[in-house]
Structures are given as structure tokens and as C-alpha cells.
Design a protein around this ligand. Sequence first.
Ligand code: Q0Z
Length: 297
Amino acid sequence: MPDEPLDLPGFVHVYSGKVRDLYAPLDPGTGVPREDRLLLVASDRISAYDFVLDTPIPDKGEVLTRLSLWWFDQLADLVPHHVVSTDVPDAVRGRGVLVERLDMLPVECVARAYLTGGGLGEYTATGAVSGIRLPSGLVDGDRLPEPIFTPSTKAPAGAHDEPIPFAAVEAEIGTALAERVRDLTVAILARGNEIASARGILLADTKVEFGLRGDEVVLADEVLTPDSSRFWPADQWEPGHPQPSFDKQYVRDWLTSPPSGWSRSSGQAPPALPEDVVAQTRAKYVEAYERLTGEAF
Ligand code: Q0Z
């Protein structure tokens, strides 16, 4: 379960996802929530095997927030973004961002550069992913000839997003907008991989969210973080089996090892993480940030 929402003077809590929270700023004159801004706060919570773990990873929220801000800047020539300010209350400094409240598009925009996960499942069953026919003989972890757009539904909290064909996106938001977000999503992942692969990280796939500012498409939420994308260590890339996760591998390895006493199939909540697993995992988030940005965290 998420922690209690923070008591942030001047803000009202509006929503909590698994690992992030949303607040609305209050108008200082009227005390009424503003409708044109949101405060997006990344917590130190971590999820694994569909559970939010009891043990936070120190600084994870700040690392991911700073990484997302850096990516927005790297992508600024492709697409405008929603960030307004990082001047936020001390309690969330570094992990909170004031953003422009947009009319969010009701689809999850996913692009895949490598074949794994649900995309691999679809491919194995049909030879195609999201209606895009792929070469035969691909295996888990293979790089695709080019990044592809594989949208999904925006499921209500707790449910899983379901893949949908491009035609369903067209039906939902119209062909012109569907083509725009498809092209942007693919371009974001392609740009991300040009940068990341030169720094030893592969971005297997990513999920991005767009909103509208009038009729302009704006990149929202977080972008190209390990929570929205699969990060793989490039030096361990070996198609033919599931790839290790850049960030979560220590957590997964420990949870599925005998000392944890936990089994994925038990339906039980996973146990607290040992401190060495926490420290190693924190170090991987910091390493991803430092490798990508070239800046010390
Ligand atoms: C993002 C989410 C959560 C963080 C709504 N710029 C925007 N305008 C309108 N809505 C959103 C955004 Cl980013 C928006 N989410 C997802 C949930 C914490 C982000 F709890 N939901």
C-alpha cells in the first residue's frame, strides 16, 4: 500500500499511483485548487513482480525525476514537454516537479526497439506485434529492424494495460493525432537509444504519455526512466533469453532466491529487502543517471 499522502502546505493530494503521487496547487488568494497545474512527486517506492515493496530505495524518486528532466531537455527539439518549474516545497525538493495540467490522451503510447515481454508473446503467437508483421525467427531480446509503436489501453488502477491495434488508437483520438503520437513515440525511443547505447545502456521499450495544450501534442508524465522503460546493460545483451534488468536485477534475484522465503506464485506480499540489496539497487539507479547524463548524482 502507498504511504500516506504528504501534508504539503499549499497543495491538495489528488491521486496516487504505485510509486508516484499527484497534488494540485492551491490558489493562494482563494485556497481553491488550481486547474492549470499539477505537482508530480516521485517517491522512493519500488515495484517488483507487480507488488509495491515495503522497502524504499533511498533517492530513487530524485534520481528518476532528475533523469526525466534531463531527457525532456534532450528531446526538446522533437516535442514540447509539460514541465513548468522545479521550485517545489522542501519536503519534495528534487523529486517533485510542477507541471502544466494537460488534457491527457486516453492511450498508453508504447514503443519497442527490442523484442521481449508482452511483445514477444504476441510475436510468438502471431508473427506480428500490434499488427506489425516482423521477420521470422526472432528470439527474446532481439533488436527489431526499427522501433515499432505498440499502444495499449490506459487501464484503471490495479488492472493491466491491454495491447490495442493502431486502428483502435485512430478510432479513439482520430487518425491525425494517432499518427502524430505514433511518430513521436517511436522518435523518442530512437533518440533515447542513440544516446543511451553510446553510454552502455539499451532501452528495450518505453511507455510515454501525451497531453494536449490546445491542439499541440505535449510530452507529459515521466520519460525514459527505468520505471517507464526497460533498461538493459549493453555489455550483457545476449538474445535468446530474458535480459537482466539494469536497475531491478538485485531485487528480483533476491526475491526469487531461497533466503527470501518468498515465492512468486504464493500470492503473498514479498518480504522486506535486506540492506545490501537496497544499497546495490540504489547504486544501479545512480549509475544509470550518471552514465546517461555524464553528471554526478
Ligand atoms: C499524469 C501520474 C501519479 C504521477 C495524470 N501534465 C499532466 N496533466 C494532466 N494529467 C497528468 C499530467 Cl502529468 C497526469 N498522471 C499519471 C499519476 C503520479 C503521474 F499518481 N495522471
